[in-house]
Design a protein around this ligand. Structure first.
Ligand code: NAD
Length: 464
């Protein structure tokens, strides 16, 4: 696989300051496919300096021109979609079709939405005798995970650029090749030097240096709660803005009036997609006690279609595979009933985990509380609507969810009572303009659409 041996800083590929590299592994066959430089605090410093230097010019660029550059970036992502999909498949392990439709496709929609927003957004408001200017926050440090390697990058970089901010990106160490492709796309799109900069490297080294850098104005992080907590504390100490997109344990609430077969099938597909490595996955399926046995049978049949190596890929790394298998063992040990799958690896090579369904899961079990980040669904039984709501809201997370009912209004009434940032009603489709982000410990701030743009703006009021 093609890899760059430098960092993209100040509009150029420059040699890294240190000699260390990171091996990139294809999780489907465990082969090393490339090496990328492991950045240090010195590389981060260079990148932040370049972003700072580029800031006044980019912030003063008329929004229509910023919009044109973001549109050009979207066009490059379209032109290079095949290469992007192949790269995501190689380093993440996603089946090629998923890489094409979701991993390469969604970033095009998101970049396109910000090209439009940058052109149409009013960066000035009037209230009483004041004019409020919406100005860029400044230099953004973006730290992204591996699960949606390009989407997570575009969901931060596109709104930051639309707002007039400049960016330093530290992508996940497991998926740096997609991030390098993105940097090439930025270059090809003709963004001015220093507006976007890339430093590959390890989280505790390059990530930490970026999060703690005193010349970064806003840190936008997506990843684990443990690291997010640390980044939030560092940013708080330095009095700088922070956006955190953390984990989830979302509930798929199937009300008794719903089309049970459809709700169960879509619910299983939702978790199996991307091998369960989706922060918004509906990993808890809540079913009324009278329909529970039927739902378990439907779930067992639905999950059988996900043959590892065909319809479902491996997990990203040996570490994640171990982690998820550990959770499955814990589910068994705590008394949940295995309906499909289990802790044994389904293939000898590759970091695969068996698509797994647990029944008789109770709300206090570890597998009903903690984010597993693998192809594992827990079916929980509820007595009545209030019980379902208690279970749905009974975790520290609140990122996404689903409600199914015969009547849309019935589902909406339930969704209004859920403590969560997004709810799909009867299988409602992904909307790249809808704000995405967490209640409770799922995070701070929102991504996507207009709400995502305002994360990167600060106000200045002029009184007349
Ligand atoms: P992680 O939080 O360790 O990594 C996310 C990003 O943060 C990566 O770019 C990483 O290099 C960086 N990072 C790591 N330590 C850092 C530090 N001390 N300072 C600054 N940056 C740092 O996540 P992970 O280990 O890759 O995954 C672990 C778990 O996190 C998963 O199993 C899952 O539960 C959760 N996760 C959630 C999401 C999400 O979208 N919400 C994405 C990935 C992982």
């Amino acid at each position: 696989m093609k890899a760059r041996d430098g960092m993209y800083i100040g509009g150029q590929w420059r040699p890294a300051r240190g000699p260390d590299t990171i091996a990139v592994v294809n999780p489907a066959d465990e082969q090393v496919i490339a090496h990328v430089p492991a950045g240090t605090a010195l590389d981060v410093d260079d990148a932040v300096r370049a972003a700072r230097e580029a800031l006044p010019g980019w912030a003063a660029t008329p929004p229509a021109e910023r919009a044109a550059r973001i549109a050009a970036l979207r066009d490059v992502l379209v032109a290079r979609a095949d290469e992007i999909a192949e790269t995501v498949t190689a380093e993440l392990g996603a089946p090629l079709q998923l890489s094409q439709t979701v991993h390469a496709g969604v970033p095009v929609l998101v970049a396109g939405s910000y090209a439009e927003l940058a052109a149409s957004y009013s960066f000035e408001e009037k209230t009483g005798n004041s004019t409020v200017l919406l100005e860029p926050v400044g230099v953004v440090g973006a730290i992204t995970p591996w699960n949606y390697p390009l989407h997570q990058v575009v969901a931060k970089v596109a709104p930051a650029l639309a707002a007039g901010c400049t960016v330093v990106l530290k992508p996940a160490e497991d998926t740096p090749l997609t991030a390098q492709l993105f940097a090439e796309a930025v270059d090809e799109a003709g963004l001015p030097a220093g507006v976007f900069n890339l430093v590959t490297g390890l989280g505790p080294v390059a990530g930490q240096a970026l999060a703690a850098h005193e010349d970064v104005d806003l840190v936008s992080f997506t990843g684990s709660t443990a690291v997010g907590r640390q980044i939030g504390a560092t940013a708080g100490g330095a009095v700088k803005r922070v956006a955190l997109e953390l984990g989830g344990k979302s509930a798929n609430v199937i009300l008794p009036s719903a089309d049970l077969a459809k709700a169960v099938n879509v619910g299983i597909a939702n978790v199996m997609s991307n091998s369960g490595q989706t922060c918004s996955a509906w990993t808890r399926m809540l079913v009324h006690k009278d329909q529970y046995d039927e739902a378990v049978a439907l779930a067992r049949a639905a999950v059988a279609k996900y043959v590892p190596g065909e319809r479902i890929g491996p997990l990203v790394s040996a570490r994640q595979q171990q982690r998820v298998r550990g959770y499955i063992e814990k589910g068994v040990a705590e008394g949940a009933r295995l309906v499909a799958g289990g802790p044994e690896a389904p293939r000898e090579t590759g970091y695969y985990v068996s698509p797994t369904v647990f029944a008789d899961v109770t709300p206090e079990m570890t597998i009903a509380q903690e984010e597993i980040f693998g192809p594992v669904v827990s079916l929980l039984k509820y007595e009545d609507e209030d019980d379902a709501l208690r279970i749905a809201n009974g975790t520290v997370y609140g990122l996404a969810g689903a409600v199914w009912a015969a009547d849309e209004a019935e589902a909406v009434a339930f969704a209004r009572r859920m403590d969560t940032g997004q709810v799909d009603i009867n299988g409602g489709r992904f909307n790249p303009l809808a704000p995405f982000g967490g209640y409770k410990q799922s995070g701070v701030g929102r991504e996507l659409g207009q709400h995502g743009l305002s994360e990167y703006l600060q106000t200045k009021s002029l009184q007349f």
